[in-house]
Design a protein around this ligand. Sequence first.
Ligand SMILES: C[S@@+](CC[C@H](N)C(=O)[O-])C[C@H]1O[C@@H](n2cnc3c(N)ncnc32)[C@H](O)[C@@H]1O
Length: 284
Amino acid sequence: MNEIREPAYRLTDDEFRFICQYVYDIAGIVLNDSKREMVYRRLTRIVRERKLSSFSEYCQILKQNDERERPYFINAITTNLTSFFREKHHFDFLIDEELQRLIQKNQAQKRIRIWCSASSTGEEPYSIAISVCEALKSYLSSWDIKILATDIDSDVLAKAKAGIYDMHRIEDIPETYKSTYFKRGIGQNANQVKASSQLQNLITFKQLNLLHEWPMKGPFDLIFCRNVIIYFDKATQQDLFARYYELLSPGGLLFLGHSENLGPFQKYFENIGRTIFRKPIVKV
Ligand SMILES: C[S@@+](CC[C@H](N)C(=O)[O-])C[C@H]1O[C@@H](n2cnc3c(N)ncnc32)[C@H](O)[C@@H]1O
């Protein structure tokens, strides 16, 4: 293996291996040698900020299982790439079909519960909230509709909660969505927009490591688990699918990312669209 060198820092094979194991143990994220440069880049920033002289010193801090350091490490190591209406076909399906179906299905309780389980900086839960507002305008005041948005990374959650985005982040969404759901010119900054309070009131943001126990009892009508399981190994994925299954209401939907699949767990779900899976009403 090639060691990466920079004048001040050197990441040895042993240190890299330790970091891979550490991130796997606490977040389930699998890193391989192809991620070495990325790890180096992201952690060098922390080593510098902490005014440490080497990666070795930083690894020592992690080895001491320093509770204060762990969140900084996690926030640095996670990949948070996301966008509004990413994989648009999921939102088209929500607006055109699924949300209306839930209105019929949940008529008795007048309640809809949605979980966005790796929400990153918030673009995904806000896109879900916009879809809800568009499809269920006339039900919003009389129905109890809530979206739970969770992520392991406290930095992205803070950004998501604030709901403030650079204008270019929403440039591809329809004009009517921009004018209805985003306020322009936040404070002095004309290039930023803020998600409307209507959207923000629908969403609760909470920190949650998917590997840990989930405090929510469910059931959820819709669960979004998109572009996160790709970072996990097969065993972790199958374990998570079983847990999502338990938390879904009968007939509830699980949405995965474009390159993700259920693997052997597919037999418990019905594949009803591109990376959209329904938990059958009758258990199979
Ligand atoms: C690439 S982003 C995907 C964001 C969004 N779901 C989407 O599809 O656009 C992956 C997110 O998963 C989160 N993540 C990684 N490991 C996690 C874990 N063990 N528990 C909860 N979230 C995790 C990361 O912090 C990151 O924000």
